[in-house]
Ligand binder design. Structure first.
Ligand code: SME
Length: 161
């Protein structure tokens, strides 16, 4: 059994430090990328409040394919350039969307999603191998601190997935 419990009422930066420390400990020495993505998705869900979906899409050619996640069943394949996840994959840049209804081409996998943060996982600093997607039922849920926190997590897991 693994006991990684977020401390209550922590400042946001501290939540992400604890999340990264838990992810580091849980994935260290484990070569199976699927197992590592599954545990990291579970940790995001546990540490980051007010989400309705958290998980991975993996890059296969110019397409994203659903990976381990927590939340409702989701779209399985997303072309690079399509929706928020596809924009992150095509650009290699974090997408922070305060209102998904205002994002052209947003893919509504879960009708409850109102805001979204998608961070590319880069190998060699350039090649997008996956994206980490966080959805919230609250509009404007994510800010630059969330983006930095998930970007740090993406850098940590990149060699382990
Ligand atoms: N809303 C995403 C699709 C993935 S689901 O939210 C899990 C998008 O527009 O890329």
């Amino acid at each position: 059994m693994y006991e990684f419990a977020p401390t209550a009422d922590l400042p946001k930066a501290e939540i992400y430090r604890e999340l990264a420390a838990a992810a580091e400990a849980l994935t260290a020495g484990e070569p199976d990328g699927v197992a590592n993505m599954a545990n990291v998705a579970a940790l995001i869900w546990q540490f980051v409040p007010r989400l309705n979906w958290a998980g991975f899409y993996r890059a296969q050619g110019r397409e994203l394919v659903l990976g381990p996640f927590v939340g409702k069943p989701a779209c399985i394949r997303i072309a690079f350039g399509q929706g928020v996840c596809g924009a992150a994959a095509a650009s290699g840049e974090t997408q922070l969307v305060a209102d998904v209804h205002a994002f052209p081409g947003h893919i509504a996998c879960d009708a409850a999603s109102r805001s979204e943060l998608v961070v590319p996982v880069l190998r060699g600093g350039r090649t997008v191998i996956a994206v980490i997607d966080l959805d919230s039922p609250e509009p404007g849920r994510f800010d630059a601190d969330d983006a930095r926190g998930i970007e740090a997590l993406a850098a940590l897991v990149a060699p382990r997935i």
